[in-house]
Design a protein around this ligand. Sequence first.
Ligand code: HEC
Ligand code: HEC
Length: 467
Amino acid sequence: MRSFLTVMLLLSSVRAFSSNLSIEADQQAKQAFFELNFFSEGRGMIMSPGLISMYEFFVPGMGIINQEFMQKNWGLAFDDAGRVSGLFKERYKKLNVGTVGCVVCHSGRAAGQFVIGLGNKNVDVLKMAKDLYRIEKWWDGLKPDPLQSKTYLQVEDNAINFANYLSNERLGNLTQGLVPIAFIRGWFYRVQGMDIPEMSKGQVKIPHLWGYGEKRKVGQFCDGFGDGSQLGWAVAVELAAGQTADTVRNYYDDVVQAETALEFFLPPKYPFEIDADKANYGKALFQTSCATCHGQYEKNEKGFPVYKAPRWIPWKTVQTDYDRLKSNRPAFRRVVEASPLSDIIRINIDKDGYFAPRLDGIWARFPYLHNGSVPTLWDLLQKSENRPVIFHLRDAGEEHRFDPERLGLLIDRDEHTQKNLLHQSAQGKRDLYDIRRKGHSNQGHEFFIEKFDAEQKMALIEYLKTL
Ligand code: HEC
Ligand code: HEC
């Protein structure tokens, strides 16, 4: 397991350091999380032995696999030192194995800043898995099997199976930056030898992780479907990638440690100027409207947020895209309850709705709503029929794509461009967000949009920058 010793050491020093939030604890916890992956006994999110050593290599039919390729096609994020976030080279029984860590999804960029704990806005699990599968097969074909050790062949098998399972178009995401929950749900059927039934993909943007310590107490994910009293759901992605119930049990203590790190995460600070008077006016408006669902935002004496649990809201009230909630049915609950990990992975309740998420660091969490269907806060404060129908996700986290006025993703609103994008989207382009795709609707959450005029909405937005 990747430098887990360092992770443990860092965490224990964090714990000893203080039970409160601080800049140092935040940095240490994020560094530990950056390094974390649960590669275990030759299983997990892995590549064939030796393949990762060939970073910047030529694959027939695909060209050079380098930073530009990974950014554009797989949506991987790079940190400020130019390191790819979430890919590691691991020594395992004298083999070099490429492994994928949590931050491949749980780190990302906003306005040009690299932020650990922010969801990656571009990662494309389906595209990555499909490409990796082709590369794995090509790599496999290059070497005669009898010359490889038994361990080599096992690890290679696991790598190919991992890529193959996530390449399933029936379960896979249609757009960059969205992760389909169907492939995680699929594990519960597979492990019990059942066929995976028809189910909604349930594509969601990757949630931010600061404040999770409090959130977990009322439930995990955007809908509260996971029972946060146990930490098993955090390994769900690894399960889909080929871990077994036994490998997970062997490292469960490490998962508990890793989740402790999340409690120290601070939200990223808004990097540009804020008009204090306008923000104060916005705050007053917020308190008498949005706060009924999204709560109050106190800061402690050091200026750090006082994290609180979010409130859960029935779907009938919020009426955003429903696709995600479709598979939360008793039949699925029974499958989870019969799984070999039923003691640590539990379902809470048959909830039919979404959390009104806490809004700490909301400036960086665009595009908005659980399915990432609304590019800016300004658009979220308009009727859904007036929100953008299509927008480009290319370089979504870079500064040239940041809109400090509407707050969120800067998009081209020109009618001609929009038409052109709609045309490209019809060919299935994966870096275009098209609200007509299944599970991508930008409906609902039309609260107070008539009550506030344009100036008041701008004041609200100014206030939200301070959270
Ligand atoms: C393939 C991308 C991906 C990877 C890799 C990944 N996650 Fe996640 N994570 C997600 C998505 C998507 C969700 C939201 C799931 C949902 O809505 O059902 C999530 C949710 C979570 C949550 C719950 C957050 C909340 O607000 O309730 C935690 C905690 C978490 N992940 C931890 C981890 C850890 C620890 C790892 C590494 C072992 C990891 N994740 C790896 C995509 C990923
Ligand atoms: C009746 C409860 C309710 C009210 C009132 C409300 N919201 Fe929300 N809000 C929600 C829920 C529920 C969600 C999650 C919906 C989803 O993701 O599908 C949400 C989502 C959001 C998000 C997106 C969060 C993210 O991570 O993408 C923002 C931003 C937001 N609300 C801002 C506001 C503002 C500003 C107001 C006041 C004008 C407001 N909300 C009023 C319930 C409410």
